[in-house]
Design a protein around this ligand. Sequence first.
Ligand SMILES: Cc1cc2nc3c(=O)[nH]c(=O)nc-3n(C[C@H](O)[C@H](O)[C@H](O)COP(=O)(O)OP(=O)(O)OC[C@H]3O[C@@H](n4cnc5c(N)ncnc54)[C@H](O)[C@@H]3O)c2cc1C
Ligand code: SF4
Length: 471
Amino acid sequence: MGDPRGFLNVKRKEAGYRPVEERVQDYREVEVQLPEEERKLQASRCMDCGVPFCHWSCPVSNIMPDWQDKIYRGEWKAAYEILQGTNNFPEFTGRVCPALCEASCVLAINDEAVTIRNNELFVIEKAFELRLVRPVQPEKRTGKKVAVIGGGPAGLACADNLNKAGHSVVIFEAEDSVGGYMRFGIPDFKLEKSIIDRRINLLKEEGIEIKTGIKVGESISASELMREYDAICLAIGAREPRDINVSGRELKGIYFAMQYLSQQNRIVRGDKIPEEELIRAYNKKVVVIGGGDTGSDCVGSANRQGAAYVTQIELLPRPPENRTENDPWPLWAKIIKTSSSHEEGCERMWSIKTRNFSGRNGKVEKIRAVKLEWYNEDGRYEMKEIPGSEFELEADIVLLAMGFVHVEHSLLKEFGIEADARGNINVNDDYMTNIDKVFAAGDSVRGASLVVWAISQGREAAMGINRYLSA
Ligand SMILES: Cc1cc2nc3c(=O)[nH]c(=O)nc-3n(C[C@H](O)[C@H](O)[C@H](O)COP(=O)(O)OP(=O)(O)OC[C@H]3O[C@@H](n4cnc5c(N)ncnc54)[C@H](O)[C@@H]3O)c2cc1C
Ligand code: SF4
């Protein structure tokens, strides 16, 4: 521990964001960084408590107290070496992780948590700046070939660890670039795509082969891969969007969030989108249905496109400002989250159920909705429509951001892979599916989740594959 009194003397200070009026004019990252000396002080707030719950709640089990100490002392190489031992891509989690660790920081019992996510990002960016992050090729190749299907964070982490173990890895990616939802879902204002490219270049230099524009099941069959590779890992995400089955759903102007976000991500990188396919929020009234991360990204994108008004509606009730007694430390706090996109302008409404869409000439114009009352029935939350609370919202564009139901099933059928009760891929403790030598990781196993969980599962699956190949 750098300074034993750090947590008493230094208050939590977040890096913060660029001013709203400036950042809505562009798509560059909104979060800024503290200067080095302030970052060291923030790291000194880590108490090096006897049982670091932050370590327990981080899906990749980052060893925060150890690198906080190195940050405080300015020992960047040591901090980087500890961090990269548990997390393949701290530059991604340092930007987009909701910081599960901070909810269980021991300091947060009666004070504000250490700025763990910001500190993590500082370490990895400092390591890049000091050229400590270099491509390292394995000393010996095992002669075993592994195909990783899907180049999102789960596939990339799995490929990285298998390559480090000496296996020859090929990533097959359906899109024209890897990154998964980090590239085509999460907007640049949270994660600039040059950050992904920087890491992909390293992975390639280390020997991983990446084949883009190849959808397994269409461009190449499952049986071909089964013949050619010693092991296969499916990391294809949970990409079946949740739809809304109400009248008027067929109207023009209603889109899945990913149609909108992936188009905007392509525009930012310079793609030309055919005029008839463009979804433009300029001067439009936009309603986002769904109150999660994806919905918040739609809000931020619509504001940057110059929307006249943005409303976000959510079925669930408004979360409380502070923890309740049913939501104690060190668990993840189910409290209200206000993202940088919300700060940029958006009306948020909770406990709202969409009844139907209506419009003219085949185009959506209105959402008819009703307010809900939530009550606790034997520990289960139930909802009831409030009589007479129906209302209408004007909408030129409706974005459906209600999450993803499960992995797409077509490729599972081709391999003969079994799904679990929730429709995701069923795996054993080694992340192997019911088919010998076929493994799976990430959202396709866990259901739609987080980048850090995808990295964690990619690492675990790599361990399972390594054990299988070494047996
Ligand atoms: C809009 C949005 C915002 C988000 N914001 C955050 C956030 O702020 N923080 C956070 O932690 N998480 C966030 N998430 C969630 C996070 O991005 C995902 O949990 C994570 O990317 C899952 O990683 P994955 O590798 O399992 O799958 P994915 O990222 O979905 O990658 C799967 C890859 O497989 C490819 N693929 C699919 N089928 C095939 C096939 N047959 N052949 C070849 N390739 C195939 C896909 O093209 C894709 O590249 C967000 C998600 C979305 C959609
Ligand atoms: S990956 Fe997420 S949970 Fe883990 S230390 Fe970083 S911010 Fe915390």
